[in-house]
Design a protein around this ligand. Structure first.
Ligand code: GDD
Length: 324
């Protein structure tokens, strides 16, 4: 039986990855930061599974890593923990950089010292391409990060490669483009839209405030993407891989698609709020997933319209049940 550590297990991707690894027969240790509210709703359904264990730790507390590595022998470590909101990273840049850049460095040092045979997955991000107009973006596209979050991700991406080459660790980075689902945090744009459409439909909300509608993203389904993370760690050699759908759509298109599903008129409910714009925007992300297809045999299963439908229908159900 393999044992895996997932940092950020209470997040969207962490929860899907934990499910996948449990299905595959792993023993899964999930790392959780202490918060006054438990915030385990995404993993509550697996908490009773005897192969799943939640442990307290933090990306800025190296002692917590060493304690956990003393207690468990890991085959694989998936680093998904982050302050992952790009706009918020302009407001709390130091905290973001500490978790997103220094966190992986601390984890890699711990792996190097304690369990160098353990395989490591780094959650790199398409945000690293920033405002580079070149597209589609691949593993070799120049990184031009446009936020404190993205700058920190570039460091983490680089240090992962550095530990791979310098210390021969099996350390891979998945450059994941935006990945969404009904478990997406409510302040990210897709979920904000699907939740608002459901609430408007059921008479619980009237207006939806958004920032820049022209930004384009390559949006995939988080459940599909965690499979690619696992596949990366099953390869003989570690490497970097772009994980994306190869399609790009604007925020406006996502909004129109969801409002059409809800049979709502966008113009009646939309407010453009300049305060939601970013000091430095990433205008267009479009990934080229060819390498992942060729080397991992991975392909996205869920397309844009289907993703919008899955998310809207889940939110309609959620709002109907909870009346919130
Ligand atoms: N969040 C948010 N809220 N974004 C808005 C809004 C709004 O009200 N209005 C317009 N947008 C635009 C943003 O300006 C951005 O261009 C786009 O919608 C997507 O924003 P987010 O959903 O917040 O995601 P992101 O692309 O910035 O970052 C996400 O994807 C990255 C991978 O590329 C995050 O999940 C990152 O953690 C991840 O690395």
């Amino acid at each position: 039986m393999k044992t895996a550590l997932i940092t950020g297990v209470t997040g969207q991707s962490g929860s899907y990855l934990a499910e996948l690894l449990l299905e595959k027969g792993y023993h899964v240790i999930g790392l959780k930061r202490r918060t006054s509210l438990l915030a385990t709703d995404r993993i509550d359904h697996i908490r009773d599974n005897s192969d799943f264990q939640l442990v307290y730790g933090a990306m800025n507390d190296v002692g917590s890593f060493y304690r956990i590595f003393k207690e468990h022998k890991f085959n694989e470590v998936y680093n998904l923990a982050a302050q992952s909101h790009v706009r918020v990273s302009f407001e709390v840049p130091e905290e973001t950089v500490d978790a997103v850049a220094m966190g992986p460095l601390r984890l890699l040092e711990c792996i190097k010292t304690m369990q160098p045979d353990c395989r490591y997955y780094q959650a790199s991000s398409s945000e690293m391409f920033g405002d580079n107009p070149e597209h589609p973006q691949s593993e070799t596209t120049r990184l031009m990060p446009a936020s404190p979050y993205a700058c920190a991700k570039v460091f983490a991406h680089g240090i992962t490669r550095n530990y791979r080459e310098g210390y021969k660790l099996h350390a891979s980075s998945g450059i994941l483009f935006n990945h969404e689902s009904p478990r997406r945090g409510e302040t990210f744009v897709t979920r904000k839209i699907t939740l608002a459409a459901a609430r408007i439909k059921l008479g619980l909300q009237d207006k939806l405030s958004l920032g820049n509608l022209n930004a384009k993203r390559d949006w995939g389904y988080a459940r599909d993407y965690v499979e690619a993370m696992w596949l990366m760690l099953q390869q003989d050699e570690s490497d970097d891989y772009v994980i994306s759908t190869g399609e790009t759509h604007s925020v406006r298109e996502f909004l129109e698609e969801v409002f059409q599903l809800a049979q709502l008129d966008v113009q009646k409910h939309l407010i453009i709020d300049k305060r939601l714009e970013r000091p430095h925007e990433v205008p267009l992300l479009l990934g080229d997933p060819t390498k992942a297809k060729l080397k991992l045999g991975w392909e996205p299963k869920t397309k844009f319209k289907e993703l919008a439908k899955i998310m809207y229908e889940a939110d309609l159900e959620y709002v109907r049940k909870l009346k919130i």
